[in-house]
Design a protein around this ligand. Structure first.
Ligand code: FAD
Length: 467
């Protein structure tokens, strides 16, 4: 690679990154820190989906909505009943301020690392040239990190039928909301609205929610959300969505009974998946191959079919998650610096931020069955965990799947309090190739929720202590 800041370099940049989101920014910063001369272009907002319309605003709304339960809970712990009023616009303003702050932080971090930032839409002119507006830039290596975009079916398109991009900027809390799609993004938003007082209905085409998740966890998750008041219309297909004034009318078919029904809402969130965002990049013209889902094909070193062009994050295969994009960004930076960067795709945790949380890492029971792997299951309910009992948060359980012969942990799935943080222990254990017995023999502090993990590990060999 050319010396950082070298006047005589063959190219303007050693690396040019397209997309200033989770993956692109990580790669740009790390590459610059490894000594490369790096440029990056961002067309919309620094920090990408995660900061602007994803993880960050969602987390803020989630955090705000949890108070509704805490106030109720507190009464059972001696607090007197106090009348509370919720102001949606205060929350929205708080969210806007936080995003603006983070946009600045991302830019400052890039500046501090010596990365040259371009505000504008980039497209690839040829293997070694990128255009940002009219500016032509040459680069030895190019990284495509342009993320994804909500998959929006043709029936959408009125101000009351929105995608997750608009969900955090509404003028008011919907009173009757429909979520089309029972995936994690729709359920997280739906459960925030529900906790803040909206009546929420979810229509899902399949018979179960959160496809891809361990089915036992997904069933329990649906049970808990239903108990909280969310209405589910499972095995149902939306036919027509029609807006009129301030309401939206939905016509759907219950696929089991073949009966059609019509419902009315004041907001509809369409959340049926996301697709890779590669529009206008010129990829096909220069010979970068994509798969049948429009994802850029890459090898284990994250190189595309054009060897000096790399791709990471939502635009390639794998879970669409910010931490996966970040790991890939770091891996590319390491590879370009001559190191052995790699991502362990078997150990990428996933968390659903609802109340309670859902957290998973590794294989599901359905995947192990499909792979004809022989496995053991250890489960432990939070109902028998002393800390969960004291806190009155006893819903859910820990499930550990381990290889029948070697006892190696193959997957961990948790629904319950604070499991979004607890899953890190399991990801670390799996990275180190731990057995269920290793976890069972690890001393866990008492009284903590993490003891449920130890108990589930003991239960793999049918010897839990407290059950
Ligand atoms: P992005 O972060 O999307 O960044 C791509 C950037 O490229 C964008 O800023 C875009 O403007 C820019 N761009 C695109 N084309 C061009 C071009 N031609 N020129 C210049 N710039 C361009 N993940 C989690 O891990 N945890 C969560 O809790 C979570 N919650 C989510 C909630 C919601 C509602 C959504 C929608 C997503 C959530 N995600 C979450 C997913 C996460 O946001 C994405 O997986 C992650 O942002 C992907 O990173 P990326 O770098 O691939 O793309």
């Amino acid at each position: 690679m050319a010396e950082k800041g070298s006047e005589n370099a063959e190219y303007d940049y050693d690396l040019f990154v397209i997309g200033g989101g989770s993956g692109g920014v990580r790669c740009a910063r790390f590459s610059a820190q490894y000594g490369a001369k790096v440029g990056i272009a961002e067309e919309r907002y620094w920090g990408g989906t995660c900061v602007n319309v994803g993880c960050v605003p969602k987390k803020l709304f989630y955090y705000a909505s949890h108070y509704s339960e805490d106030f109720k809970e507190a009464e059972g712990f001696g607090w007197e009943k106090i009348e509370r009023k919720f102001d949606w616009l205060t929350l929205r303003g708080n969210k806007d301020n936080e995003i603006q702050r983070l946009n600045g932080v991302y830019r400052d971090l890039l500046d501090a690392a010596g990365v040259t930032c371009f505000n504008g839409r980039a497209r690839i002119a040829d293997n070694h040239h990128v255009l940002v507006g009219d500016t032509k830039i040459s680069a030895e290596k190019i990284l495509v990190a342009t993320g994804s975009w909500p998959d929006i079916p043709t029936f959408t398109g009125s101000e009351h039928v929105i995608s997750s991009n608009e969900a955090f900027s509404l003028d008011k809390l919907p009173e009757r909301a429909l979520v089309i799609g029972g995936g994690y993004i729709g359920l997280e938003m739906g459960s925030v609205w529900s906790r803040l007082g909206a009546e929420v209905t979810v229509i899902e085409y399949l018979d179960y929610i959160t496809p891809g998740m361990d089915r036992e966890i997904s069933n329990e998750f649906k049970k808990i959300l239903s108990k909280q008041g969310i209405i589910f219309k499972m095995g149902s297909k939306v036919n027509k969505v029609k807006s009129s004034g301030s309401t939206v009318t939905i016509n759907y078919t219950d696929l089991k009974s073949s009966k059609d029904e019509t419902l009315e809402f004041d907001k509809v969130l369409v959340s049926v998946g996301r697709k890779p965002y590669t529009e206008g990049l010129n990829l096909t013209k220069i010979g970068v191959k994509k798969d049948e889902k429009g994802r850029i094909e890459v090898n284990a070193k994250l190189q595309t079919s054009i060897k000096n062009i790399y791709a990471i994050g939502d635009v390639i295969k794998g879970p669409m998650l910010a931490h996966k994009a970040e790991e890939e960004g770091i891996a590319v930076a390491e590879i370009l610096a001559g190191q052995a960067g790699h991502v362990n795709y078997d150990v990428i945790p996933g968390v659903i931020y609802t109340s309670p949380e859902v957290a998973t890492v590794g294989k599901t029971e359905e995947q192990l069955k499909e792979e004809k792997k022989s496995y053991k299951v250890g489960k432990f309910p939070f109902l028998a965990n002393s800390r969960a009992k004291v806190n009155n948060e006893t819903e859910g359980f820990v499930k550990i799947l381990a290889d029948s012969k070697t006892d190696k942990v193959l997957g961990v799935h948790i629904i319950g309090p604070h499991c979004g943080d607890m899953i890190a222990e399991m990801a670390l254990a799996m990275e180190f190739g731990a057995s269920a017995e290793d976890i069972a023999r690890t001393c866990h502090a008492h009284p903590t929720h993490t003891e449920a993990i130890k108990e589930a590990a003991l239960a793999v060999d049918k010897r839990p202590i407290h059950f």
